[in-house]
Design a protein around this ligand. Structure first.
Ligand SMILES: C[S@@+](CC[C@H](N)C(=O)[O-])C[C@H]1O[C@@H](n2cnc3c(N)ncnc32)[C@H](O)[C@@H]1O
Length: 284
C-alpha cells in the first residue's frame, strides 16, 4: 500500500476490498471521512465531496468543527454530568478523538456502543476496538430504534436503569421528512432513563437569524440530495422538536463552535458557520 493510503488504498483498484463495501456509489460515512482528511474513501466519494467544496470551500472546517464539538460534549457529559455509558448513533468511521477515547480518559470503565448502518464502519471499528473491552460497534439502522436498543451487544454494555448519553451527531439530517425523523427521535428518547442526555449536531437552516447563510444551506441541500440522496438543513423549530420535553443545557442550540468553546478555539464566522448547529439536552 502506498504511503498515505487507507486500509484498502484509496484508489481501490488493486486492493482487496471486502465484498460488502460498495465502491460504485458514494457513502455518507466515506464522503464525511474525506472532509476530515481521512483516507478511507474512494473516487466516487471524493467526487461528491469536491462538488460540495466548490460551493462551500470551508466544508472541511465544518466537519472538523463538528468533531471538536463532539469532543467537548463527551468530555462535558463524562466529567461534569457523570455519564458513564454512551450510545453513538451514526458514529462514522474511526477518526481522531473518538467517543470511547474521550470518555475512557475520564473513566476507563466507561461503556461505549457505536452504531452505524454502513458496513465500512463495522469493519474499521472492529479492527480499532479489538483490544478494548468496554467498547463495541454494531451495524444497525437509526430508523429502527427498537432493534438498536434490543441488540444483545448493546444490552450487554448499556444499563437502562442508569443515565445514558445518546449521541446523535450529524445523523438525523440524513433522514428525509418522509422517514419521520421526529417519530424516530421520540422512539429513541422515550426508553432513556431520567437524567440521560441527548447531544446532537445538525445541518441548520438559520432562516430567521442569518438569511444569507440560509441561502447557502438551500443550495448545498440541493447538491447533496442530487448526488448523495440525503441531507436536510432543518430550522431551529424542526430541530427542537427532536427533543420533546427535554431541557436544553446552556447555551442551547447554537453554531457548533459557540457551544462551550475551549480557550483558543476559533472558526471564522462564514455562512457555513451558521449552517451547522448543536445542542445538549437533559431528560427530566
Ligand atoms: C456525517 S457522518 C457523522 C459521523 C459522526 N457521528 C460525526 O458526527 O462525526 C453520518 C454517519 O451516519 C451514518 N448513517 C447514515 N444513515 C444512517 C442510518 N439510517 N442508520 C445508521 N447510520 C446511518 C453514516 O453511515 C455515517 O457514518
Amino acid at each position: 500500500m502506498a504511503e498515505g493510503e487507507g486500509k484498502w488504498g484509496c484508489t481501490g483498484d488493486e486492493q482487496i476490498i471486502p465484498p460488502e463495501i460498495d465502491t460504485t456509489n458514494p457513502s455518507i460515512a466515506r464522503v464525511y471521512d474525506y472532509f476530515l482528511d481521512g483516507k478511507d474513501n474512494f473516487a466516487v466519494d471524493r467526487q461528491v465531496a469536491e462538488m460540495a467544496l466548490r460551493i462551500v470551500p470551508d466544508a472541511k472546517d465544518a466537519g472538523k468543527a463538528n468533531r471538536r464539538f463532539l469532543r467537548r460534549v463527551v468530555r462535558y457529559l463524562a466529567a461534569e454530568e457523570g455519564i458513564r455509558q454512551f450510545i453513538d448513533l451514526g458514529s462514522g468511521l474511526p477518526t481522531q478523538g473518538n467517543v470511547h477515547q474521550i470518555a475512557q480518559e475520564i473513566d476507563p470503565a466507561a461503556q461505549v456502543v457505536y452504531v452505524d448502518n454502513d458496513p465500512i464502519v463495522l469493519v474499521h471499528g472492529r479492527a480499532l476496538l479489538a483490544t478494548n473491552g468496554s467498547t463495541t460497534v454494531i451495524q444497525a439502522d437509526v430508523r429502527d430504534p427498537e432493534a438498536i436498543y434490543a441488540d444483545p451487544a448493546l444490552r450487554g454494555r448499556i444499563d437502562f436503569s442508569k443515565p445514558i448519553g445518546l449521541l446523535l451527531f450529524s445523523i438525523l439530517h440524513h433522514l428525509n421528512d418522509e422517514e419521520d425523523p421526529w417519530g424516530i427521535a421520540e422512539r429513541l428518547r422515550e426508553p432513556l432513563p431520567s437524567g440521560s442526555f441527548i447531544a446532537m449536531s445538525n445541518f441548520f437552516n438559520a432562516q430567521d437569524e442569518h438569511p444569507e447563510a440560509s441561502k447557502q444551506a438551500v443550495m448545498v441541500e440541493k447538491l447533496f440530495n442530487e448526488n448523495l440522496g440525503t441531507g436536510r438543513w432543518r430550522t431551529r423549530e424542526e430541530i427542537m422538536r427532536y427533543l420533546g420535553d427535554m431541557e436544553l443545557v446552556e447555551p442551547g442550540l447554537v453554531p457548533l463552535a459557540d457551544w462551550r468553546p475551549d480557550a483558543g478555539e476559533s472558526w471564522e464566522k462564514s455562512a457555513t458557520y451558521y449552517t451547522y448547529a448543536g445542542c445538549v439536552a437533559r431528560k427530566p
